[in-house]
Design a protein around this ligand. Sequence first.
Ligand SMILES: NC(=O)c1ccc[n+]([C@@H]2O[C@H](COP(=O)([O-])OP(=O)(O)OC[C@H]3O[C@@H](n4cnc5c(N)ncnc54)[C@H](OP(=O)(O)O)[C@@H]3O)[C@@H](O)[C@H]2O)c1
Length: 289
Amino acid sequence: MTSSPDADEMRGKVCLVTGASSGIGRATATALSEMGAVVVMVSRDEARGRAARAKVVSESGNQSAELMTADLSSPASVRGLAASFAARHPKLDLLVNDAAIFVNKRVVTPDHLELMFATNYLGAFLLTRLLVPNLEAASPSRVINVSAPSSMMPDLDDLQGERAFAPIRAFGVSKAAELLFTYALARRLQSKGVTVNAYHPGLVRTKLVRGAPVAVRAITGVLNVFMGVSARRASQGLVHLASSPEFEGTTGALVHDGKAMKARFADDVEAQDGLWRATCKLADLPEEV
Ligand SMILES: NC(=O)c1ccc[n+]([C@@H]2O[C@H](COP(=O)([O-])OP(=O)(O)OC[C@H]3O[C@@H](n4cnc5c(N)ncnc54)[C@H](OP(=O)(O)O)[C@@H]3O)[C@@H](O)[C@H]2O)c1
């Protein structure tokens, strides 16, 4: 196990990481395991999840990592995940909403949801809301949404892109929705000892854009050569935000490179609460946390 300034902060803490089968999620699971945390890794695919868990255990030397399978694009599957997690772990110290997908056309799930909206945003929203009691039980606890500084405001009258759809915009909207959710939830949990922040990893060499439009793949491929960092490197900033006493009181921030970034919707309470209400309706959740 490696040691860092934050190394002792996570020993024995229970962490749930979605998107843990690859990229930043798997690297984060490894880094947290190295610090002695109990990491519950979520994968949509059992075999990929088992392979990722084996890698995390062998790289970290920590056997305690657990695997749970769930499809974040399916609200029923997310509800099943939350119930299975809560049955095993009454307390949750850290929730990392990392899972995301980028596809090049409008894909509709069996629940009539647009796939990127459902996976990148709605699944994280629902999972987090269902686990608030576990987060409060572990207070002080932290939620981190792995996102990007998108400024593409969701259209509340067309959240599933039925009237107008462009893949790049839909992905950007899903990431902006995640930011709006971060700010809205941070306000609601402020007095409850649960901080909620978004983490922007920068440009990272992962498989995220493999199904994205050709132009995105080409541009990302070139930029990655010059500016891309490894998933391991990206996970270090995330784990610092998750564990460092420096961020103990930080909530409702978008953090990159250890510093809060300016983001378009940070002060737009009306936009945050508009999406909050629409999402609660969609996810069949009460507006009150
Ligand atoms: N890479 C970048 O430059 C960059 C920049 C800014 C933000 N981010 C954010 O970083 C996060 C991690 O992305 P990454 O770059 O590490 O890409 P990645 O390697 O493709 O990781 C995405 C993860 O999400 C999982 N996933 C996708 N659909 C899912 C579903 N329906 N249910 C459950 N899990 C699902 C994938 O599982 P499978 O293994 O089964 O596909 C994979 O483990 C994302 O939120 C992304 O938006 C990335």
